[in-house]
Ligand binder design. Structure first.
Ligand SMILES: N[C@@H](CCC(=O)N[C@@H](CS)C(=O)NCC(=O)O)C(=O)O
Length: 203
């Protein structure tokens, strides 16, 4: 069986959410770092051959390159029957959460972080205010989706938790305040040894 390799970078919440899922599921793999701040054409040729957009994450699994973090998480859940993939209802929940994250949090917090990065992309006037307003809606939706359970998948974290953790852990870095439910969920996620390991997966 071909080696499982995750290509990513520590500043990529999209890559780190996949690193978290691999650890939580106990799937053996190794990581490769891609400098996402360097010009695309300077990235390793072996990586560019795998990634149609030249972006991380890429997960090489059974010799196939998988891209798009949410799609990778769902493939892991389905293929290995883990992190929600143990049941049809858990997988359905995972799909709903991964798509929600990509449309909301994953569209908003990374952009707010980029807007504050010294030398980062310059945003058109009003764009940051619009993103901040979107974040307020995201935070309210986060609370509604989490409900009263400790994790988005219930008593244990699943792929939805991995997807949402990727950028929610950087809410303050984005200049936003976590809701109180978010702060409590982050404490529960931080208490898992795998989150620290995933955050350090790319050095
Ligand atoms: N929608 C993609 C986003 C991937 C993405 O934006 N990757 C960024 C890092 S977070 C990247 O590779 N940036 C470098 C570049 O675009 O050249 C996913 O969920 O995987």
């Amino acid at each position: 069986m071909a080696e499982t390799i995750l290509w990513g970078h520590r500043d990529s919440g999209h890559a780190v959410k996949v690193a978290l899922a691999l650890r939580l599921a106990g799937l053996p793999h190794r990581t490769e770092v891609v400098d996402i701040w360097a010009a695309r054409e300077t990235r390793p040729a072996a990586f560019l051959a795998l990634s149609p957009l030249g972006q991380v994450p890429v997960l090489e699994l059974d010799g196939e390159p998988l891209v798009q973090s949410g799609a990778i998480l769902l493939e892991l859940a389905q293929r290995f029957g883990c992190l929600g993939g143990e049941s049809a209802s858990g997988l359905r929940r995972g799909r709903q959460l991964c798509l929600w994250e990509a449309n909301r949090i994953g569209m908003c917090l990374p952009q707010l972080i980029e807007a504050r990065r010294p030398g980062g992309d310059v945003f058109p006037e009003g764009a940051v205010d619009w993103l901040a307003a979107r974040y307020a809606a995201d935070a309210a939706q986060f609370d509604a989706l989490l409900g009263t359970e400790p994790f988005f998948h219930g008593q244990a974290p699943g792929v939805g938790d991995c997807a949402i953790w990727g950028y929610v852990r950087w809410t303050r870095k984005a200049g936003m305040e976590p809701s109180s439910a978010m702060a409590r969920w982050l404490d529960r996620m931080d208490a898992l040894p795998e989150t620290g390991e995933a955050a350090a997966a790319f050095g």
